[in-house]
Design a protein around this ligand. Structure first.
Ligand code: ARG
Length: 457
């Protein structure tokens, strides 16, 4: 049965029905839809729009539908959308009185309310998963705070860094993501119900009652905007896109660092895959999949923003397209965060290889230049002298640690014996004690600061 067939001479064509329907994907909204309908019916009863008895039997009928769906004893099928399904099922169960549920309501404010309830739950789920990922990153930082690894720019060895500082960098990114989701929750938590089709309603409803029953913080202030606002969905997908960008960077590091060429990280067997032809292979399929799935989440962001653009006020059926974009984003994001949390928690570090690599590629050249500058050589000259020293080392196939004081002095008389103390990997990392820097103390403070900011959640 269609909710709107009264006006039509002929039934819709089967292919039109199939094209129009949303039940195949909006059935995910069943709990939100029934919960909102229970609140709506209760409010109608309290305000005398329908009789209290009528409200009670509607609520009872809706509760029955909900528990039957959850128990798996009824299938959600055979209707245009979840709203039609619930209403048709209700009338089948409680008779004519069920037809009063849709008083002072439209599917337009109903679907906007359902989506807000759903997105609110999803945001909470995502926040919880992000907390788990942050916990795994903080743990790796804590366990590896005494180790040094190479830091890169342009994927060329740049300066030695502290391992905890490395993990803290990702924690900073995911902490910002967590904050973004948390802030977006405030804007999701506004109730459109009571806006009806677009213009509001002539019934003496009390939106405060429904708002309180559904746990919304506020009621929407403009009915035209309320039924056509999908900003909260775009916002979730944007937050998800940025989180995926951060995950994807971490994936790229994982793929590189676990390769034979780097050999810094070991992805445990439990999170690796093999090749059907090359027996020796241990492949990073999980990071590659997460990196790849980033593309589809970005796709949903482009999709939703494009869908919203240029729509005339107020509701348009285009909005139905928000659902698959949102559901797929949520599922993809949450699965990616979960699997990466497990991977990071089980990651093994080859700290010797990282330490050794940190000393290669003249990674302490900046320390040499800084050393000279601190002796009074203007920094630009110190940079050039050090560059010359690097060239000398390359020609002689040596690194800084293999040079004698005489060799240093041949390049510049400003070098003294104490230069030998600044070219080690550890002294280099330890020297950068600025806030957020690579010294042990700074890395420890960085971790403490992350943990302090996490306490709020
Ligand atoms: N399935 C629809 C959607 O997702 C529900 C609202 C339908 N409203 C309407 N006026 N046709 O947007």
């Amino acid at each position: 049965m269609k909710l709107w067939e009264g006006r039509f001479d002929n039934p819709t064509a089967a292919d039109a029905d199939e094209f129009n329907e949303s039940l195949s994907f909006d059935k995910k909204l069943y709990r939100a839809d029934i919960t909102a309908s229970i609140a709506h019916a209760t409010m109608l009863g309290k305000c005398g729009v329908i009789l209290e008895d009528e409200a009670n039997s509607i609520v009872e009928g809706l509760n029955g539908i909900l528990s039957d769906i959850e128990a798996g004893s009824i299938q959600i099928a055979g209707a245009e959308d979840i709203h039609s399904f619930v209403e048709t099922e209700l009338v089948a169960r409680i008779g004519q009185v069920g037809k009063k549920l849709h008083t002072a309501r439209s599917r337009n404010d109903q679907v906007a309310t359902d989506m807000r309830i759903y997105v609110r739950e999803s945001t909470k789920r995502t926040k919880k998963l992000l907390l788990g990922l942050l916990d795994a990153l903080c743990r790796q930082a804590y366990l590896n705070i005494n180790y040094i690894m190479p830091g890169f720019t342009h994927l060329r060895k740049a300066q030695p860094i502290n391992c905890a500082q490395y993990f803290n960098a990702y924690s900073e990114m995911f902490l910002r993501d967590l904050e973004r989701f948390d802030e977006s929750e405030r804007r999701v938590n506004v109730m459109p119900l009571g806006s009806a089709a677009l213009a509001g309603t002539s019934y003496p409803i009390d939106r405060e009652i429904t708002k309180n029953l559904l746990g919304f913080a506020e009621v929407s202030q403009n009915s035209l905007d309320a039924v056509s606002d999908r900003d909260f969905i775009a916002e979730y997908i944007f937050c998800a896109s940025l989180t995926m960008a951060h995950l994807s960077r971490l994936c790229e590091d994982t793929i590189l660092y676990s390769s034979e060429e780097f050999g810094y990280w070991i992805i445990p067997d439990e999170y690796s895959t093999g090749s059907s032809i090359m027996p020796q292979k241990k492949n990073p399929d999980i990071p590659e999949l997460v990196r790849g799935k980033t593309g589809r989440v970005y796709g949903h962001l482009t999709g939703i923003l494009t869908m919203m653009k240029g729509l005339p006020l107020a509701y348009n059926k285009d909005y139905q397209e928000d659902k698959e974009a949102f559901f797929d984003t949520e599922t993809t994001l949450n699965r990616c965060i979960s699997i990466y949390t497990a991977l990071i928690a089980n990651l093994k570090l080859n700290t010797n290889a990282m330490y050794e690599a940190a000393g290669k590629g003249f990674s302490t050249a900046t320390d040499v230049a800084d050393y000279l500058a601190k002796k009074g050589v203007p920094f630009r000259d110190a940079h050039a002298i050090t560059g010359k020293l690097v060239r000398y080392c390359i020609a002689e196939n040596k690194d800084f640690l293999g040079l004698t004081l005489d060799e240093f002095k041949n390049i510049s008389q400003s070098f003294e014996r104490d230069v030998l103390g600044v070219v080690t990997v550890r002294s280099s990392a330890e020297s950068r004690a600025s806030v957020g820097g690579s010294s042990l103390k700074a890395a420890r403070a960085g971790l403490a600061s992350i943990k302090r900011r996490l306490k709020k959640y």
